[in-house]
Ligand binder design. Sequence first.
Ligand code: SF4
Length: 331
Amino acid sequence: MHNFAFSRATSPADALARHAATPNATFIAGGTNLVDRMKSAIEAPAAVVDISRLEFRNIERLPGGSWRIGGLATNTAVADHPELRKEYPLLARAILSGASQQIRNVATVGGNLLQRTRCSYFTDPAFACNKRVPGSGCPAMTGFQRSHAIFGASDSCIAVHPSDMCVALAALDATVEVLGPKGERKIGFDEFHRLPGASPDRDTLLEPGEIITGVVLPPMPGAKTGVYLKLRDRASYSFALVSVASVLEISGGKIRAARVALGGVAHKPWRAGDAEKFLVGKSPTEAVFKQAADLAVRDAKPLPGNAFKVELARRAVKRGLTVSAAGGGVA
Ligand code: SF4
């Protein structure tokens, strides 16, 4: 690992000032992904500013019924929160399907949003990679593609976002709260992560020096029946080949609202908007869920190495919706 300056911020303003004082500085909280990247020599910040002691840890209900989860709340604190588990059970299921207990105990919500792809070419500096070194090339285009994108990829990058929690947050219509040199702002979850386009080195809309201070979940009665289904090569400590977060609100025998987000298939959590629109007003039947699943994968553009993901995603969406309609639980 190369040498870097380390300091600990004592307040949000102090964190911003310390970050601004050194070019190529970065923030650290749980460090569960950043330290790996630094040890693998794929990232070499000149300064690391520790924000882990700042105040953004609270999980609180807001007036109107929303929940605000601090950006420094640990994954375990969110997954174990009794009221969040009751109101948004798919969020806990998504979190608990990822990493290990030890990692979840220190990994933060903000860090989860900012974790970077585990594309094997990105994580090995012996290979070229447009995301790591812009303009250097993308060996995945003709190489190992099993875990790569079937939606929203570009000629520059076909990587996927690795988070489970973010797929649930996308389905839950979360908002990301940010503090930076220009003040505070809010970013809708669907806009927060970006598609690779011609600049895959940029994962999110976060500007340099900005900190994720929190994530807000709107009230969503249907979320009680929400489902997170993760399909992967082995049963634990493995990233999703395909995952689905689904929420259905059903009353009077009709679907009143539907949310479907896919993970492991794109550079960002992928909302299946056409499937969601199709579902509203329909009866929750197997035939309807099959049509919704077909719509969810209609625009997929698989590669030779990951064509199997299209059928996997189709079946996962149908399964997720079926379990949601039956009241939720483990899919
Ligand atoms: Fe790099 Fe993206 Fe290509 Fe992977 S898919 S090698 S992250 S440019």
